[in-house]
Design a protein around this ligand. Structure first.
Ligand code: HEM
Length: 123
């Protein structure tokens, strides 16, 4: 039987920790921080939970995602190619800190890459 990426990453808690650290670092980043400059705590808390739920669902966990699709969720944010590269650097760094294995890390990166054209809308 094939073990889902969700299970191989360590399940809900591991994905929640990954998402929390990723968003914390992106918000604190000199380049990316501008995107969150004027959003409030509750908005950010909701968006983080949506990110966790989305990643759980997409990796094969038991979750009903109630958020928006990636194009709608990020429309108008002005996310550029340079932002995307920086965001993925943070993904790699957090995955490394959390001890994500090369196989699973590669699958996560391939999945994120498939979303790029929906999220990067500015040049
Ligand atoms: C592969 C990468 C990404 C994934 C999987 C992802 C996923 C998500 C999800 C699931 C949501 C919640 C949607 C909803 O509220 O209905 C969201 C919201 C958000 N994302 Fe992303 N995102 C990605 C990349 C980025 C990048 C690169 C940035 C900025 C540099 C970003 C900034 C935001 C912000 C600010 C929100 C909150 C929107 C709001 O408050 O309504 N995201 N993202």
């Amino acid at each position: 039987m094939t073990v889902s990426l969700y299970d191989r990453l360590g399940g809900y808690d591991a994905i929640a920790l990954f998402a929390t650290q990723l968003v914390d670092q992106a918000k604190a980043d000199d380049l990316l921080g501008r995107i969150w400059a004027h959003s409030g705590e509750d908005r950010d808390a909701r968006a983080l939970q949506m990110l966790i739920n989305y990643l759980v669902r997409e990796t094969g966990g038991q979750m009903y995602y109630t958020g928006r699709d990636m194009a709608l969720a990020h429309a108008g944010m002005g996310i550029t190619d340079v932002d995307w590269t920086r965001f993925l650097e943070i993904v790699v760094s957090v995955a490394g800190e959390l001890g994500v294995e090369a196989q699973e890390g590669g699958e996560v990166m391939a999945f994120l890459d498939s979303l790029k054209s929906d999220i990067v809308t500015s040049s």
